[in-house]
Design a protein around this ligand. Sequence first.
Ligand code: AMP
Ligand code: MG
Length: 403
Amino acid sequence: MISVAEAIQIVRQQTAVLPAERVELPRALGRVLAQNVVADSDLPPFNRSQMDGYAVRADDVKYAPVRLRIAGESAAGRGWHNQLEEGQAVRIMTGAPVPEGADSVQQVELTHELKDGTVVELLESVETGKHIVARGAEIKAGEIVANTGTTISAATMAVLAAFGYATVEVFRRPRVGVLATGTELVDVDQKPGQDQIRDSNNYSIGAYAELSGATVERLPLTGDETSLLQRQIAEAAERCDVIVTSGGVSMGVYDLTKSTLKELEAEIFFERIAIRPGKPTVFARLPNGTFVFGLPGNPVSVSVTFNLFARTALLAMQGAAEPALKQETAVLARGVKGTADRESYLPAQLTTNDDAQLIAFPLKWGGSSDFVAFAVATGLVIVPAGVKSIEAGSLVNVLRLPQ
Ligand code: AMP
Ligand code: MG
């Protein structure tokens, strides 16, 4: 049995970044940059006014109130491209270029234009440089403004657009096939008959895989039949980078996933992790390079093990700088129990109190099959192996569950 940390390390070692592809900017949200983004111009590209007001020479208004002659107007997109002389002011708008010769902008609220619009009275003096963002003050042409490995957020979209990236290089999304084993399973649109239940794992796994940036294909239910399972996995492997199965990895007579993987000559990296829930989690690679995560069947084990191991693989394959979920520290709101030989990952609701502390409320739940209770969890409380119990008020490590 290996530890959770070792299992995550193996996943990271075995997975490599997928090839890059070029996508149109509007399709880039959530993708991981496969190139550095370089500024093709200074930002701002000219000395830019931050205010509506008057561009002036600070020296001219030192002894305000003072009257200056309005020499012209500089608007955003339509600047006034002459030399501002002593005694002159230029009416200027936010985002407009500051004329040569002007060294400050007085905001319109502190001015008063005289009737015919040819003279302005500056009511107060203004410091040199006031309300001007100098050319290149934010970014200089040639600077890297976003690095390879950055996940493109809505805010990153503005950076890409501003520097002319109509298309951008991103790492390819992994293609994930999800496959649920179990003779008891019927599809979501079926009424379960005697001894049957609806498959829910394919939907949670598919959703978590999409949250991890993958494209998802739901494969037909295979029951617990080796030949069908073998055929489905082999066929899906031709199209998929990763196959995520659920069920059939325990010690029961009908737990056939591992034997099927062995028949397909998969290399098995691990098959038992010191974790609760999710001990029999399998990670393997088929001869063609497709990875397989064989998750246990219990729906809660599925959510925990997917997010610890499969998600890490999917993010690493997209070149994410930090693929594994990050641990944070929270105050435990209710005592929890651990297990002698396994690290526990217990569902909890995470909130922040008035003192800005992260608080973890462990859920009352019925174990790893209780997916209805688990549905309100927003995080997992980690209890180290060998720790019998942790009292309320203690600091614990937690993970936020992707939602
Ligand atoms: P297994 O790991 O195959 O022994 O399954 C463990 C438990 O999870 C059993 O109670 C199964 O019925 C249940 N289970 C397995 N697969 C699914 C699934 N796709 N959706 C919902 N429950 C499942
Ligand atoms: Mg089963």
